[in-house]
Design a protein around this ligand. Structure first.
Ligand SMILES: Nc1ncnc2c1ncn2[C@@H]1O[C@H](COP(=O)(O)OP(=O)(O)OP(=O)(O)O)[C@@H](O)[C@H]1O
Length: 262
């Protein structure tokens, strides 16, 4: 579904050249849930932005279904750490917005928005404004808005990073449920090892300076996964392995990851 082939990325910052990515190779299969871990600054967001079509490789190529990604497209939806909803629109109107922009008649767009809000557990909050919703609810609404475009790929950049631990757990379980019934391909960035293992079919670890893939670990936990999965003893083994890789990579780069995931 997605192919990253020998991708490098350099940025110019004043007189300096920043080597953000070095020869990254990555394949994501159709319907796969891939999670990406890595120390701060290793290029995770840069890579995700390339998949989204917001950044382009300096060398190498990024492809979707065999075609080079030339820019953003409706086939790829992005979800960020902050929900970024329009504060002056209700939850329903926020979710309906991309449909309205695409020319869907108002009544139809709002009816579809209600279906999507129900899908993310917000059926009773269609008339609420973002300021009246909790962080978790706002993130659900943002997810519903992205799903309104019927993407085949969901690109998620630490979408639960700003949520409290309990809400985060609920969101993880709901996302796996939603993903399982949707056939979506998901690329999900996180700093949380447990989250990466619980959600992912595969966990890719990136190393820094410059960014590259240093580990590609298949997570052989059965689906569907639920809160009970989180007590599976195999998670401990994955966790200690990935933690070791991350510790090694973090030591080579910024101290920002120190203590993360403990
Ligand atoms: N537009 C830009 N101009 C200059 N440098 C950039 C730009 N975007 C990213 N960088 C640099 O590229 C490197 C990778 O950044 P990126 O945001 O992709 O890392 P990250 O792994 O997502 O970090 P974090 O986990 O902290 O979000 C960093 O050194 C960053 O400063």
């Amino acid at each position: 579904m997605l192919q990253v082939k020998h991708v490098t990325k350099t940025f110019r910052r004043g007189k300096h050249i920043v080597n953000a990515l070095a020869a990254v190779d990555l394949t994501v299969s159709k319907g796969e849930f891939l999670t990406i871990l890595g120390p701060s600054g290793c290029g995770k967001t840069t890579l995700l932005h390339m998949l989204g079509g917001f950044e382009f490789p300096t060398t190498g190529s990024v492809e979707i279904e065999g075609k080079p990604i030339a820019g953003p497209g409706r086939d790829r939806g992005m979800v960020f750490q902050e929900a970024m909803l329009f504060p002056w629109r209700t939850a329903r109107a926020n979710v309906a917005w991309p449909l309205e922009v695409a020319g869907t008649p108002w009544r139809q767009a709002h009816a579809r928005a209600d279906e999507l809000l129900a899908m993310v557990g917000l059926e009773r909050f269609g008339n609420a404004y973002p300021g009246e919703l909790s962080g978790g609810m706002r993130q659900r609404a943002a997810l519903a808005r992205t799903l309104a475009m019927e993407p085949s790929v969901l690109l998620m950049d630490e979408p639960f990073g700003a949520l409290d631990a309990q809400t985060r757990e609920v969101m993880q379980e709901e996302l796996t449920r939603l993903w399982q019934t949707s056939g979506l391909t998901v690329v999900f960035i996180t700093h949380d090892i447990n989250e990466a293992i619980f959600l992912g079919d595969r966990v890719v670890v990136m190393g820094a300076s410059p960014g590259r893939v240093v580990e590609d670990c298949v997570i052989e936990l059965e689906r569907p996964r639920s809160s009970e999965t989180k007590a599976d003893p195999r998670i401990l083994a994955y966790r200690s392995h990935l933690w070791e890789v991350l510790r090694r990579e973090s030591a080579k780069s910024a101290p920002a990851m120190a203590g993360a995931g403990q």
